[in-house]
Design a binder for this molecule. Structure first.
Ligand code: SAH
Ligand code: ZN
Ligand code: ZN
Ligand code: ZN
Ligand code: ZN
Length: 463
């Protein structure tokens, strides 16, 4: 495999966009940036600032709700609530008219979802899943929800709180989508980058978050997050750990060893990655569904099933999944599982990850997907029509065909030595790519690029 000279040289790039097309910021770590370039960059940043600050947006909202219905317009092109004096400036744009209070209370319906995969990847919870999450949160006794990239959950909590006097749950939304600042005050929304734990609102926003995490009168806090699935697990984990530390530090005494309760919503095939960073987490069988994601809609007919799950540090037995949707309690595993998830006597666990019944392979000594068969060539289970690695690609170590790296004869190491070596290799820092977010986030962004080159590519989706 040819490796360029620049391979491994550290650089800064935008952690929020993760795509040079959306933000072309690039700088070598050790690069000296000229005054002219700095000035140009500042200029570029200034031009890309939102037209109003969060404070201004809050004031505008106040004026907006005072307008009669007929004067409440929303510019779909600019994704902005308009005051009458601004109508002219937006002439030729598409408006939504007669914006009701109900619409203002459901901004996730009013704003179009930013679906570009690399940046926002905004996939909104289906009502069913959103209700399930909120009911679960309430049943578990939480009164505060730190909603990190979960605008629809936040919105559901906010609107319930405004409708019912006795509804005592509160939510703070942290999200990169600044459009939400038009609908929420500084105590309800912070402009935040979850890939580098950056609060755009500076110290004041930090303080808002800190205050929110402070458990007053035993009002228990949970963090719920649903990051873009293309995001790097280590970058996200590092931010979440910082939020968890913030929570721990707000407490005066006691529970020093406790972790802030978390729901991290992510596809099941990231299980091992997430557990690497959060060994206290476990994956629930509940399938999270989305409104605007064709693939991840609820598969009642058994067609497409959502691969998205809840990872949590709450004791699994406490996460009650809806029996009417087919989940049942496994008394041995002490957790709710999908109806198709059979308890395997040999693994001593309910092993299915995707909701279908998995089968045990004695040779692999684990349960595998129902569509897989044991391949003697590859020495593992795979789809029947897979391309055998052994015959296709040469060995990674010696390049010869007929065997894989793990069985390469040119490796004189003993098996155990090889394993320790492997472990060590995994621990050495991955190639580091430093990221800087656009605008002022520069000093704060660092993220790592997963080394995927050498990894086997195997389809993790239900095949
Ligand atoms: N299912 C959730 C939405 C998840 S989509 C719901 O219905 O509430 C991912 C969310 O993360 C979006 O709201 C998106 O704006 C936000 N997001 C994307 N990148 C982000 C980043 N770098 N920092 C913070 N939030 C981000
Ligand atoms: Zn407009
Ligand atoms: Zn079981
Ligand atoms: Zn098994
Ligand atoms: Zn097998």
């Amino acid at each position: 495999m040819s490796q360029g000279k620049e391979e491994g040289r550290r650089f800064y790039a935008c952690s929020a966009c993760r795509d040079r097309k959306d933000c072309n910021f690039f700088q070598w770590e050790d690069e000296k940036v000229s005054e002219t370039r700095l000035a140009a960059r500042e200029e570029c940043n200034r031009n890309r600032q939102p037209s109003f600050t969060h404070r201004q947006n809050v004031e505008r909202y106040k004026s907006f709700v005072l307008l009669p219905l007929s004067k409440r317009k929303f510019c779909q092109e600019c994704q902005q609530l308009l005051l009458p004096a601004e109508w002219e400036k937006h002439c030729g744009h598409q408006f939504l008219c007669d914006i009701s209070i109900a619409q203002l209370k459901s901004p996730s319906q009013l704003l179009y979802p930013l679906e570009n995969k690399k940046t926002n990847a905004q996939y909104l919870f289906a009502d069913r899943s959103c209700h399930f999450l909120l009911d679960l949160i309430i049943a578990l006794g939480f009164r505060r929800v730190l909603s990190v990239g979960t605008p629809r959950l936040h919105e559901m909590i906010q609107s319930k709180a405004s409708q019912k006097e006795d509804f005592s749950v509160r939510s703070l939304l942290l999200d990169i989508d600044f459009r939400y600042s038009q609908f929420y005050t500084e105590d309800e929304f912070c402009h935040y980058n979850m890939f580098n734990h950056y609060f755009f609102g500076g110290e004041a926003a930090h303080e808002t978050c800190r205050k929110f995490l402070y458990q007053d009168k035993g009002e228990r806090v949970i963090m719920v997050t649903d990051p873009p699935f293309g995001g790097l697990v280590e970058a996200l984990a590092s931010s979440f750990k910082k939020l968890m530390t913030m929570w721990r530090e707000t407490k005066k005494e006691g529970h020093d060893n406790q972790e802030m309760p978390v729901f991290w919503i992510f596809p099941y095939f990231f299980e091992s990655r997430i557990l690497e960073f959060f060994p206290s987490f476990s994956m629930m069988d509940y399938q999270v569904d989305y409104d605007n994601h064709a693939l991840y809609k609820h598969g009642k007919t058994g067609r497409r099933q959502s691969p998205v799950r809840i990872f949590t540090n709450i004791i699994p037995s406490m996460i009650v999944l809806p029996v009417e949707e087919g989940y049942r309690f496994c008394t041995i595993c002490q957790r709710y599982v999908s109806s198709g998830n059979q308890h395997c006597e040999i693994c001593n666990s309910c092993t299915s990850k995707d909701g279908r019944r998995w089968k045990h392979c004695a040779l692999c000594n684990k349960c595998v997907k129902p569509s897989w068969f044991h391949c003697n060539n590859c020495n593992c289970c795979a789809l029947q029509d897979h391309v055998c690695e052994r015959t296709e690609a040469g060995c990674f170590v010696c390049g010869k065909a007929g065997h894989k790296r793990s069985t390469c004869p040119s490796l004189s190491l003993t098996k155990t030595a090889r394993q320790t070596d492997k472990k060590k290799r995994q621990k050495t820092p991955k190639k580091v790519k430093m990221g800087i977010c656009k605008k002022s986030a520069m000093k704060h962004a660092i993220f790592f690029r997963k080394r995927i080159k050498n990894k086997k590519k195997r389809c993790n989706l239900p095949c």
